[in-house]
Design a protein around this ligand. Structure first.
Ligand code: HEM
Ligand code: HEM
Length: 191
């Protein structure tokens, strides 16, 4: 039930997938809003604290998922897929998996390289120490560009990935999307 099999994703992979996908989408919007709220410093500060907290949560969940992925079985494709298509799907999934770790790390580098040295409070509960990076305006600007580029790039890749899933569901009519939402379908009483 929890683990993947050759035929499909287990409950753990499905719950982690949808939780991280949802948090990632919220986090993109929140990141954008931190930049759009520059004329209201109090609001901007609060948005930053939420953005950092959610970012650390995504990092923890993505590391957990990487561990689960490494020790588990990778299900065979649900529908018929050529060699190149399998390779593209594998590359896209591996990239998405890696980027959900690298993007928050780059965000963590932004705050660590900032000369302002503002501490990161995760959900107002724990202080997360900065990474051991040299702080300067130039280093902060560098990591800020890297973080933004990777975050929006991952958003685009995830969009392509979601469109591919819809293509499988509506045009090819195979089981690709259905087997990724199995627990929710069961809960709703669908077959
Ligand atoms: C998956 C997780 C994350 C995503 C998707 C994400 C996404 C974004 C986006 C879209 C922006 C706006 C970029 C722009 O328009 O210039 C942003 C800005 C920022 N993020 Fe993140 N972020 C994540 C995690 C983190 C984490 C963990 C931290 C810090 C601990 C962080 C710190 C920041 C900071 C400081 C900025 C402002 C950069 C600047 O001043 O230019 N982010 N983020
Ligand atoms: C509405 C949006 C999304 C849809 C419809 C969707 C759909 C799917 C489906 C159907 C699979 C299984 C593919 C297969 O059987 O070969 C899958 C796997 C995967 N998806 Fe998504 N996805 C979405 C968003 C995202 C996002 C935002 C991310 C990451 C940022 C992501 C990362 C992954 C990864 C890494 C896998 C590989 C399996 C795993 O380890 O969980 N997906 N997705």
């Amino acid at each position: 039930m929890w683990r993947n099999t050759q035929a499909g994703y287990g409950l753990a992979a499905q719950v982690l997938h949808w939780l991280i996908a949802l948090l990632f989408a919220c986090q993109l919007a929140l990141g954008y809003l931190t930049q759009a709220s520059a004329d209201d410093p109090a609001l901007q500060f609060r948005l930053y604290q939420w953005h950092k907290s959610l970012g650390f949560l995504i990092l923890a969940l993505a590391l957990l998922r990487l561990g689960w992925w490494a020790i588990g079985i990778r299900p065979a494709p649900a529908g018929h897929m050529g060699r190149l298509e399998r390779l593209a799907a594998y590359a896209a999934h591996s990239l998405l998996l890696g980027l959900t770790i690298v993007v928050p790390l780059a965000g963590w580098a932004v705050v660590s390289a900032s000369p302002l040295a503002i501490p990161s409070y995760a959900f107002d509960l724990v202080v997360i120490p900065n990474l051991p990076l040299a702080a300067s305006d130039a280093a902060e600007a560098f990591w800020s560009r890297v973080h933004a580029l990777l975050a929006y790039g991952t958003g685009l890749l995830a969009l392509g990935h979601a469109l591919a899933a819809l293509h499988h569901h509506f045009l090819r009519r195979d089981d690709t999307l259905r087997r990724m939402v199995r627990p929710f379908r069961k809960h709703a009483g669908w077959k």
